[in-house]
Design a protein around this ligand. Structure first.
Ligand SMILES: O=P(O)(O)OC[C@H]1O[C@](O)(CO)[C@@H](O)[C@@H]1O
Length: 280
């Protein structure tokens, strides 16, 4: 998938004034899920099968998660409005053979049709089914009917809401929320977009570094997920599966081929003059 990020990566520009450079690793919160896996990321025994590693990037107003799946998640909807609104964005870090995800309706549908399909198990067939490759990215608009499928490891950037309305859960004995989910659901197909829409209060960018490459990342505050590689933020070593909160003009030195997901809050509109930029 060809993706264009709107951040600048320039040699000659003077970055805007920024706070002192800093980089702090975020504390992982390991959560067991019925759709999780025992053979992926390391986690304590009481968090098995591990579904999510949650990092609260509170200073950036964002939450970043690593998700790993062996079964489909619930077919779900997140609120579109108010303090519980949850736009989310996915980066596919690993996809096993047969992995898939569902995102949005294939055709326009009524609430009654969706309700019936949720109740009789036909809802997956109404949804767009995607077999993603490593590196694919998806914006999951609040209100979109969606579900990660099995065989995936995904980095998710999301608004700090924990509200998920489950429409269908493949017979698992968890609570469903048909009324709330139907109220919030988007009822027509929308184009797939790899980057967050302008209405989302965050933006993301992918920074790919070769061994020994050095860049300066300038941002007032950002959450950074290490999708791959190793190196140092300033003097502090980073490793895969970590998330950090960074800010200021921070020097990054890659020791190994590195992929970083940089997530930054933004007020509303996508700003052409990106507030963060990496310089070589
Ligand atoms: O209801 P389930 O299947 O546990 O899924 C909830 C999870 O799905 C996600 O919204 C990903 O789509 C996660 O942020 C959330 O924790």
């Amino acid at each position: 998938m060809q993706i264009e990020f709107r951040h600048d990566r320039t040699r000659n520009e003077t970055p805007p004034p920024s706070p002192l450079p800093h980089a702090e690793p975020l504390t992982p919160d390991y959560r067991a899920k019925p759709w999780g896996r025992r053979d992926g990321l390391q986690a304590p025994d009481d968090a098995q099968p591990l579904g999510e590693v949650v990092f609260d990037a509170a200073r950036s107003g964002l939450v970043i998660k690593w998700l790993q799946t062996s079964e489909p998640l619930s077919i779900q909807v997140h609120p579109q409005h108010g303090p519980d609104r949850k736009h989310e964005w996915w980066y596919v870090a690993d996809a096993r053979p047969g992995a898939y995800l569902h995102l949005g309706l294939k055709h326009p549908a009524t609430r009654a049709e969706i309700r019936r399909a949720a109740e009789d198990g036909a809802l997956p067939q109404m949804l767009r089914r995607i077999e993603p490759a490593v590196g694919d990215m998806f914006f999951v608009e609040a209100g979109a009917i969606h579900a990660l499928g099995p065989g995936l490891t995904v980095i998710e950037v999301q608004e700090p809401s924990d509200v998920t309305w489950r429409l269908h859960d493949y017979g698992r004995p968890r609570e469903l929320h048909l009324e709330q989910g139907l109220r919030e659901a988007i009822l027509d197909p929308r184009p797939l977009t790899p980057t967050p829409a302008a209405a989302a209060p965050f933006r993301v960018a992918l920074e790919t570094l070769t061994p020994d490459q050095r860049v300066t990342l300038t941002a007032p505050r950002a959450g950074v997920a290490v999708a791959q590689g190793g190196g140092a933020f300033g003097e502090r070593r980073y490793e895969p599966y970590q998330c950090w909160e960074v800010g200021g003009s921070l020097s990054i030195r890659a020791a190994e081929p590195t992929v970083l997901i940089v997530a930054e809050p933004q007020e509303t509109q996508m700003d052409e003059d990106a507030p963060w930029r990496a310089r070589q």
